[in-house]
Design a protein around this ligand. Structure first.
Ligand code: URA
Length: 235
């Protein structure tokens, strides 16, 4: 791929803007030799203003989403993309979120520019478990786990029952819920269906991948081993 296209795809600017960067001599090889727009040089050998390039296409990353950020590229207010380097929003193919978390939900959020991987992760066939910790307004009644595990629970205005889900009671108002689907506001609606209300929600795990000690608001790129870990666990 010609360098001008590579840099435009990585979000360094439009083709026109990137072409100017070449004219200004801002794009060099590792030894500082100026490169030209139609050169074809390996990603690792290119520098912009002396800095290595952003990660190549085929990028998947994990963000510890804080509450208050929306999973969108253009909503008003704070966006999850505000927590990533600004260029990441301009990449082509787009770096999209893998599913969504509500604005007020915190925790593990994945992004990828790999459409095939995205479909593998969200595919009902993969049935990847997603683990949520919920803080509830009311004490649990005690019958929720059986109902959630039944495979017969219907959410309001839906006709297909939910797949069995696993509820662990952590305290009267704290629960860990593992689901293998991704229906709209699923966790909040499940607790609403049993007369409760979720006051805080955090996702700690997707598939075999956990947030571990990644601080809130921070992200890291996933490598092939991470992706294997992610896909290894089935619900
Ligand atoms: N279920 C919800 O209700 N909200 C989320 O953000 C994720 C799952």
């Amino acid at each position: 791929m010609k360098l001008v296209r590579l840099l435009a795809n990585l979000g360094y600017g439009s083709r026109k803007q990137v072409a100017w960067m070449f004219r200004e001599g801002r794009v060099t090889d590792a030894a500082g030799e100026v490169l030209y727009a139609d050169d074809q040089v390996g990603h690792d050998d290119v520098r912009v203003d002396g800095e290595p390039l952003d990660p190549p296409l085929g990028l998947t990353l994990l963000l510890h989403k804080p509450p208050g950020y929306t999973c969108s590229t253009k909503d008003t207010g704070r966006l999850v993309y505000d927590l990533l380097p600004p260029r990441f929003r301009l990449r082509s193919p787009v770096l999209s979120t893998v599913g969504r978390l509500d604005r007020d939900t915190s925790g593990l959020l994945l992004f990828t520019d790999d459409g095939q991987l995205l479909h593998r992760i969200i595919s009902p066939k993969a049935a990847l478990p997603k683990v949520y910790e919920a803080t509830l307004a009311e004490s649990l009644r005690g019958n929720e786990a059986v109902l959630f595990a039944s495979g017969a629970m219907l959410l309001e205005s839906e006709t297909t029952p939910l797949k069995p889900a696993v509820l662990e009671v952590l305290s009267p108002t704290q629960a860990r819920l593992t689901i293998t689907e991704g229906r709209y506001h699923q966790v909040r609606r499940m607790f609403a269906a049993v007369g409760n209300h979720v006051v805080a929600l955090h996702r700690s795990r997707v598939g075999g991948l956990a947030l571990d000690d990644l601080p809130e608001g921070e992200w890291r790129a996933l490598d092939a081993a991470d992706i294997e870990t992610l896909m290894a666990a089935h619900g």
